[in-house]
Design a protein around this ligand. Structure first.
Ligand code: 5GP
Ligand code: ZN
Length: 146
C-alpha cells in the first residue's frame, strides 16, 4: 500500500496538501478559527485534554518540526548536497509563537499559565501530519513528563 502526497498552492501561494484536515481548517474551509493571521491559524482541539486545548498551526503544509527548513538567504542549506531555493520557514515559527501568546490572551490563561507540546513523528505519537502546537491550560496540569 502506498500513498501519494498531492500538494497544491492557494491564491496566496501557500503550499497545501489535499486531504489534510488541518490544511482545510487553517484555510477556513471547515471548522471555526479562534485566531488567524497571514501565516498561522488556531482552533480548538476536537478531543480536548483540558478546559483549554487549542492547536496553533502554520497555514503552509509542513509535516512536523523535522520538515521545517531554515536559512538566512535566498538559498537554504541543511548540510552537504541539500541546498535548495525553496522558501524558509523561520517566519512560520515566529508567527506560531506570536499566535500561542495571542491564544493564551484570548483564552484568558496568559497569567495562570499553560503548556505547549508538539509531537514529532512516530515515537512521539504524532497522529496528524501537519505541524501543530497544542496549547493546554485552564487547570493545574498535573504530572509533567519533563
Ligand atoms: P497529535 O497526536 O498529532 O499531536 O495531535 C493531533 C490532535 O488533533 C489530537 O489532539 C486530535 O484530537 C486533534 N484532531 C484530530 N482531528 C481533528 C479535527 O478534525 N479537528 C480538530 N479540531 N482537531 C482534530
Ligand atoms: Zn496540511
Amino acid at each position: 500500500m502506498c500513498s501519494i502526497n498531492v500538494f497544491y498552492y492557494d491564491l496566496k501561494g501557500e503550499q497545501k496538501m489535499e486531504d489534510c484536515i488541518f490544511c482545510k481548517i487553517a484555510n477556513g474551509e471547515i471548522g471555526t478559527l479562534i485566531y488567524e493571521n497571514e501565516f498561522v491559524a488556531a482552533f480548538d482541539d476536537l478531543n480536548p485534554q483540558a478546559p483549554v486545548h487549542t492547536l496553533i498551526v502554520p497555514k503552509k503544509h509542513i509535516q512536523n518540526i523535522e520538515d521545517l527548513h531554515f536559512g538566512d538567504g535566498e538559498k537554504c542549506h541543511h548540510g552537504e548536497g541539500t541546498e535548495h531555493d525553496g522558501p524558509c520557514d523561520g517566519k512560520y515559527i515566529k508567527e506560531i509563537f506570536k499566535g500561542i501568546k495571542e491564544v493564551a490572551r484570548i483564552k484568558g490563561v496568559a497569567e495562570s499559565g499553560y503548556r505547549v507540546i508538539s509531537n514529532c513523528g512516530k515515537d512521539a505519537g504524532q497522529t496528524v501530519m501537519h505541524l501543530h502546537f497544542h496549547l493546554i491550560a485552564g487547570k493545574e496540569l498535573g504530572d509533567k513528563i519533563i
